[in-house]
Design a protein around this ligand. Structure first.
Ligand code: F6R
Length: 244
């Protein structure tokens, strides 16, 4: 595992955007694993800029989003809508190539991804260590599935809704074993609210911290700001290469 530590989310997002841009340039029909939430937004803005400047085209890119809410109150609350607003409608993405897990047949997503493996997956991390919507206690062997959201996640996501009782309580998510199939994975975490999740991720593989499954993968980079990396600023961790 590699850990990149920088002062601001702007710098981290630019570094991640560069990875996506380079991938799309070198492999125009690449497969992207995408996330929603606040963490990837600035990365998507960097990618959009490269498109607008004529550096890259999405016309042959495929994408697989991590998750989607069930029973979202308004169309604009769906993650498919989020992706249109924050990326797809600003680039020449063919929406037929943009995939989301289907709650009526979750495991079909694993079959699809097996045939069309993700080259580069971007992840955020929940304060409780979730990735996708794999909440603490989810099996490391999990495939795409429907899951209830924890109280913590519902509270964290309330900022995107008019009131907390409008936050969906269930989602369909890529499983942990599904996420781990991506060839390369980048995770971005910023702010003091992510310190405990990052510390738990780095402690040991344990299903109480779903993100700790990333310790098993041979091509993962964590992009952390100084707040999220507060406890590891001067630490050496066996098996981890630092860029700080
Ligand atoms: C979103 C997702 C979630 C978020 C996580 C962090 O598709 O899968 O795991 O990445 O909840 O959310 P933010 O980035 O809003 O802090």
């Amino acid at each position: 595992m590699k850990i990149v530590i920088r002062e601001s989310s702007e710098v981290l997002s630019a570094l991640i955007a560069e990875r996506f841009i380079n991938l799309i340039k070198s492999k125009p029909n690449c497969v992207l694993g995408l996330a929603t939430g606040s963490s990837p937004i600035k990365t998507y803005q960097g990618i959009i800029k490269a498109y607008q400047e004529g550096e890259i085209s999405f016309s042959n890119v495929h994408s697989y989003n991590l998750d989607e809410y069930l029973n979202f109150p308004r169309e604009s609350d769906s993650y498919a809508y989020f992706m249109k607003e924050n990326l797809f409608s600003h680039v020449d993405m063919n929406l037929a190539n943009a995939h989301f897990p289907n709650p009526s047949d979750p495991e079909a997503y694993d079959a699809l991804i097996k045939q069309d493996p993700v080259d580069l997956q971007i992840l955020g991390i929940g304060a409780d260590g979730h990735i996708g919507f794999n909440e603490p206690g989810t099996s490391f062997d999990s495939k795409t599935h429907i899951t209830p959201l924890t109280e913590q996640t519902i509270k964290d996501n309330a900022r995107f809704f008019p009131s907390i009782d409008m936050v969906p309580t269930k989602a369909v998510t890529m499983g942990l074993s599904t996420i781990l199939k991506a060839k390369s994975i980048v995770l971005i975490a910023t702010g003091a609210g992510k310190v405990e999740a990052i510390n738990a991720l780095l402690t040991k593989e344990d299903e109480t911290c779903p993100a700790s499954i990333l310790l098993r993968h041979n091509d993962v980079t964590l992009y952390l700001d100084k707040e999220a990396a507060k406890d590891i600023l001067n630490k050496d961790i066996p098996g981890v290469t630092f860029d700080r």
